[in-house]
Design a protein around this ligand. Structure first.
Ligand code: PGA
Length: 250
């Protein structure tokens, strides 16, 4: 399986800087065919820049960071999954911990959004992960199992779902989970997915302070099928530097 190298640009940048970043990522990916033989690439700009960057991306897929629970209609401020598909998106990040924390997103809402994403023909990239307090209480497996149970709809396949394990305490903090933490959780997620959806190769990404200097070790851990990258995805050399740490196919 190729690794998925996914960039979450969050709420950063101007149209000009988004275009520049998209062009730089596309140029690097296009100029090194070896990268594309081992990795798939995805960038997720803010909604307003999705349409702008689409024309410069050929070898890099386009995603969004959220979508509406509704299909269409009088929902001021919302953006539907169909609109994102129409703009050329193939993936939508759902349930990022920042949306859970700052916008009260629940597993039930994430599940409804995932269904909309599927109806629009896209892949839902569903984030799960425990907080620091939950890990200190030894609750991490329970928390992640509950999130997966309630946020991932029935009918998940390797084409319509990617799971991202992002320990909340490792996001944007410079703290990375230890290889043992990641190994244990990814094996657990894999077992949960197999028990519910059968033995399909649903990708499981790791996210949380991934950078070129730690990516190699992370990618060597079994059941790590790529990375969801925040801060380091805003600099094309770091984003590509992470992909270069993928040395072989699983
Ligand atoms: P980070 O963010 O790489 O800046 O820790 C990861 C994420 O939030 O997806």
């Amino acid at each position: 399986m190729k690794k998925l190298i996914a960039g979450n640009w969050k709420m950063n940048g101007s149209l000009a800087s988004a275009m520049e970043l998209a062009r730089a990522v596309e140029a690097s990916v296009a100029s090194e065919p070896g990268l594309l033989s081992r990795c798939d690439f995805l960038v997720c700009p803010p909604f307003v820049h999705v349409g702008g960057v689409k024309p410069v991306l050929t070898h890099v897929s386009l995603g969004a960071q959220d979508c509406s629970v509704f299909t269409n209609g009088a929902y001021t401020g919302d953006v539907s999954a169909d609109m994102l598909a129409d703009m050329g998106c193939t993936h939508v990040i759902l349930g990022h911990s920042e949306r859970r924390q700052h916008f009260g997103e629940t597993d039930g809402a994430i599940r409804q959004k995932a269904e909309k994403v599927w109806q629009a023909g896209m892949t839902a990239l569903i984030c799960v992960g425990e907080t620091e307090a939950q890990r200190e209480e030894g609750q991490e497996a329970h928390i992640v199992a509950e999130q997966m149970k309630h946020a991932i709809p029935d009918g998940a396949t390797s084409r319509n779902v990617v799971v991202a394990y992002e320990p909340v305490w490792a996001i944007g903090t410079g703290k990375t989970a230890t290889p043992d933490d990641i190994r244990t959780m990814h094996a657990f997620i894999k077992d949960q997915l197999s028990a519910r959806f059968g033995d399909q190769p649903i990708r499981i990404l790791y996210g949380g302070s991934v950078k070129p200097s730690n990516a190699g070790d992370i990618f060597n851990i079994p059941h790590v099928h790529g990375a969801l990258i925040g801060g380091a995805s805003l600099k094309s050399s770091d984003f590509i530097g992470i992909a270069k740490e993928v040395k072989e196919l699983d």
